[in-house]
Design a protein around this ligand. Structure first.
Ligand code: FAD
Length: 426
């Protein structure tokens, strides 16, 4: 009997699960449930904000002019490159088309149930305590609540993404602001900010990228953050300022006491993890943006037949997803034996405490950045997988080093891989 796998979401992570599960020639049987009518998740751009035509909240945080911040030469899934005639930094259309091509190439389309919302997941009561917990998954067709049905699966892959639920920090006086207030989740195009004085709060990847995108249209942009000032070249009408402490009807006060008049505030303050389809019996908690109990940010340590793909932040996503998925499938079919629950929890706790000791805030429990290479190699080594090509780290870090100096221009560069650990820039 094949091992039955349910996949929640048909974004990049979900389709990659299908690819590897179906390559197993009968070991696995896999179905992905996708609430929208398209695959690709984040990469499916829409002008709409808030809700779609079916009343579902808009999933994607993609904006019209976005260019990828990882070059296509290393952003791809291993073994499936982007088309060579594309520039290194891609549009969202390029990536959406790539994911469609991936699905067709590996024959995955018939295994995706579109317009199907997963409402709830719970451990099947009779399997609890057996060591191999099964999962009851209840889902319904969009617009047809009476179509709800429940099936039982041997394994579950949570691939629902984590860039859809805005994190809005509490801010004194925000309710008094009479201008435009937006989170980056709902940012679509710079024209909406034409001739406005905009405070962008947060200078991580989204804050920086949107600042560059918006600068030709906005009158003035104040990039507000509490970090060391960015040392990169920024557009002439952008000024870096301190964090906001209070908001008034048409201005904000900064932590250094300065008051700035503005017409709009754009929150680039990140996102929350949200797995509202997981019932409490699943035993998954989100503690200060930390998903517990997860071994290697991936495997549920109480019920190691549940896997969370793509939860890490600041990574090169597709290659890491691919490694996480192959690792998980090996756990699920018994080819990879995990340490005991106690050992897994201890290792997870040590990782978390080390982060805190090094000064990272709680919310960075799944942050990777430079840690991602060691993490990836732990996964591939433990699971006996081919290591991720050295070029992924080399080119990712090379681009990062250029970005911190040339934020406004680095996406004009192109790259060509010339060997497993060599590339050319042109
Ligand atoms: P998603 O793409 O979010 O897909 C999740 C899917 O699950 C969606 O299709 C959703 O509809 C579905 N779903 C959710 N809940 C349910 C449910 N209950 N029932 C059924 N279906 C459900 N990565 C890069 O590699 N390069 C970049 O340049 C880059 N730029 C980015 C820019 C922005 C603005 C953002 C937000 C992200 C960017 N990323 C980038 C990261 C990107 O999120 C990942 O590359 C990747 O697309 C995430 O895939 P995913 O499958 O994990 O999640």
């Amino acid at each position: 009997m094949p091992t039955k796998v349910a996949v929640i979401g048909a974004g990049a992570a979900g389709i990659c699960v299908l690819r590897h599960a179906l390559a197993s020639e009968g070991v696995f049987e896999a179905t992905a449930f996708e609430k929208s009518n398209k695959l690709g998740g984040t990469w499916v751009y829409t002008d709409k904000t808030e809700t779609d035509e079916n009343g579902l909240s808009i999933h994607s945080s993609m904006y019209k002019n976005l260019r990828t911040n990882i070059p296509k030469e290393v952003m791809n899934f291993p073994g499936f490159p982007f088309k060579t005639d594309l520039p290194s930094f891609l549009s969202h259309e390029n990536v959406a088309e790539y994911l469609e091509d991936y699905v067709d190439h590996y024959g995955l389309r018939d295994h995706i149930q579109f317009e199907t919302v997963v409402d709830s997941v719970r451990p099947s009561p009779e399997s609890v305590g057996s060591g191999k917990v099964k999962w009851e998954v209840t889902y319904h067709k969009v617009g047809q609540p009476s179509s709800a049905q429940t099936n039982v699966y041997d394994g579950i892959f949570v691939c629902s993404g984590h860039y859809s639920d805005p994190l809005m920090p509490k801010m004194k006086g925000l309710e008094n602001f009479e201008g435009k207030i937006l989170h980056s989740h709902n940012y679509r195009s710079p024209e909406e900010f034409r001739d406005l004085r905009v405070v962008i709060l947060g200078a991580a990847a989204s804050g920086q990228d949107i600042c560059v995108d918006m600068s030709p249209e906005a009158k003035r942009i104040y990039l507000s953050h509490n970090k060391t000032p960015l040392s990169t070249a920024i557009p002439d009408n952008v000024e870096q300022v301190d964090g906001i402490v209070e908001v008034y009807k048409d201005s904000v006060r900064l932590s250094n006491g300065q008051e700035i008049e503005c017409d709009a505030i754009l929150f680039c303050t990140g996102y929350l993890y949200n797995f509202n389809f997981l019932e409490p019996e699943c035993g998954v908690k989100i503690e200060e943006s930390r998903i517990v109990p997860l071994y290697k940010h991936l495997v549920h340590t109480t019920y190691p037949t549940m896997f969370f793909i793509g939860m890490c932040k600041t990574i090169c996503p597709f290659p890491q997803f691919d490694a996480q998925i192959q690792f998980s499938l090996k756990v699920l079919d018994g080819r990879l034996v995990l340490p005991s629950k106690l050992e897994m929890d201890e290792e997870t706790e040590t990782d978390y405490k080390t982060r805190l000791e090094r000064g990272l805030p709680h919310r960075h429990a799944h942050l990777m950045g430079p840690r991602q290479w060691e993490y990836n190699s732990q996964l591939t080594t433990m699971a006996g997988l081919e290591p991720i090509s050295p070029n992924v780290q080399l080119l990712y870090e090379h681009v990062h080093a250029i970005r911190v100096k040339q934020l406004t221009t680095y996406k004009r560069l192109n790259f060509r891989l010339t060997g497993p650990d060599t590339f050319e820039q042109y």
